[in-house]
Design a protein around this ligand. Structure first.
Ligand SMILES: C[S@@+](CC[C@H](N)C(=O)[O-])C[C@H]1O[C@@H](n2cnc3c(N)ncnc32)[C@H](O)[C@@H]1O
Length: 163
């Protein structure tokens, strides 16, 4: 049976928290207050406690649109797998906490996968996520490219820190 954990305010208070992750250090990320942080990707979402694999979050809330005008958009497909519309979470008043989840730069830091169910977008954990780890999903090559994620190296065995 398909089960989706509906996590809204409850989840943000008990399972997840928001912080500004550093981008110049390998995971686990320190936050912006740390002395050696020079790069930030804005706010991100972190696990307060260990999350098991296969936890589903959603749906991703936003405004329906036809163009990908912001970096908070997900493409929704129709039953024939053709692009239908975008769900755009750029407006903080018409979206939910999922808009704060950042894009992974390498498969080794990706811990969520996005999937569509009945016309809406959800995220699912694909591995155990230890506490204080940032939740990260791959946005897809088009959006990742906009964020200067090196798509050619995304699947390489070695991450950008040489690990
Ligand atoms: C869906 S939002 C994620 C939440 C965002 N950090 C915030 O504070 O609102 C997408 C934006 O986050 C930032 N971002 C997400 N992933 C990133 C990454 N891997 N590298 C740099 N910036 C990233 C970019 O500014 C992007 O436009």
């Amino acid at each position: 049976m398909f089960f989706v954990l509906r996590v809204e305010i409850m989840c943000m208070n008990t399972v997840l928290y928001m912080a500004r992750p550093c981008r110049n250090k390998p995971p686990p990320y320190s936050t912006e207050g740390s002395p050696d942080c020079t790069k930030s990707a804005g706010l991100g979402v972190f696990a307060t406690r260990t999350l098991p694999r296969n936890v589903r979050f959603g749906p991703y809330k936003g405004v329906r649109s036809t163009d990908a005008v912001s970096n908070y958009c997900w493409q929704i497909y129709d039953k024939d797998h053709k692009p239908s519309h975008m769900v755009d979470a750029a407006d903080g008043n018409n979206s939910n906490w999922m808009r704060f989840i950042n894009c992974s730069r390498h498969w080794s830091e990706q811990n969520l996968v996005a999937f569509q169910y009945r016309g809406e977008l959800y995220y699912c954990t694909i591995r155990t996520i230890p506490r204080n780890t940032e939740l990260m999903v791959y946005y897809g090559s088009e959006f990742a490219h906009r964020l200067h994620v090196d798509i050619g190296r995304y699947n390489s065995p070695v991450d950008e820190f040489g690990n």
